[in-house]
Design a binder for this molecule. Structure first.
Ligand code: F6R
Length: 240
């Protein structure tokens, strides 16, 4: 992977937003892989400033994951989060931006449907990734198969704790999610993994330099030929 160490999160956002603008300019119907959580926010903020004057009406997007059993209208469903943080500020067409269907009704074929939808548009051009403190990407927790495709998973206690800040209390965090698999993520043409802060340093080092292991889902990026890792000094501090 190419590792880029930047001064702070806004600098990372600017760098990745520039890359996305180049992509959309060259390919107006580019397919973006969208992460949620705190990490990609500087990218979306920087992009919102840069897309004025660019035609984004054909840009397509696929979120990494969604909670299962959450109403899509719930403010913390990833459908709502993606609408609020990406679709609206960038002026994208919401019909072209998909999230996995986490509603109980139909969840048994939601994974296969999502894979087919990604395939139908020719795959993801640029996948934005964050990384969990335990090394997860998407919601692929330790032990996830590198060949996995979009499917329902159980969230770990740690991830539910990490995400409790969005729900007020851990009891309100859903128990299950539907996430792109590591195998799905690895099919994107360019992976851009971002991480900020000392809390991510170990996970970043394991992903970039550690043994490739299902116990460190982020290490799957070592199997991909086009990866850019954008980190601040603190997140880079455990890299050799
Ligand atoms: C979000 C996702 C997760 C997050 C990870 C880091 O779509 O798939 O893997 O990227 O949990 O979360 P933050 O960025 O909030 O630290």
């Amino acid at each position: 992977a190419e590792v880029v160490i930047v001064e702070n999160a806004p600098a990372a956002g600017a760098l990745v937003a520039d890359e996305i603008v180049r992509l959309i300019t060259a390919k107006p119907d580019a397919v973006l892989g969208l992460a949620t959580g705190s990490t990609p926010l500087p990218v979306y903020e920087a992009l919102a400033h840069r897309v004025a004057g660019i035609d984004v009406s054909r840009v397509r997007g696929f979120a990494l994951d969604e909670y299962v059993g959450i109403d899509p209208a719930h403010p913390e469903s990833y459908r709502s989060v993606i609408n609020r943080e990406v679709v609206e500020p960038l002026g994208l067409d919401p019909a072209l931006i998909r999230t996995p269907n986490g509603q109980i009704d139909g969840v048994e074929h939601a994974g296969a449907d999502y894979e087919a939808a990604i395939e139908a548009v020719g795959g993801v051009d640029l996948q934005i990734l964050g990384i969990g403190t335990d090394g997860h990407i998407g919601f692929n927790e330790p032990g996830s198969s590198f060949a996995s495709r979009t499917r329902v998973k159980t969230l770990t206690e740690q991830t539910r704790k990490d995400n409790a800040r969005f729900f007020g209390s851990i009891d309100d965090v859903p128990m299950h999610c539907i996430t792109q698999g590591l195998g799905t993520i690895l099919r994107a043409r360019h992976l851009v993994l971002l991480a900020f802060g000392a809390g991510k340093a170990k996970a970043v080092a394991a992903a970039v330099e550690g043994p490739v292991s299902a116990m460190l889902p982020g290490s799957a990026i070592q199997l991909h030929e086009h990866v850019t890792v954008v980190v601040d000094e603190a997140a880079a501090s455990e890299l050799t």
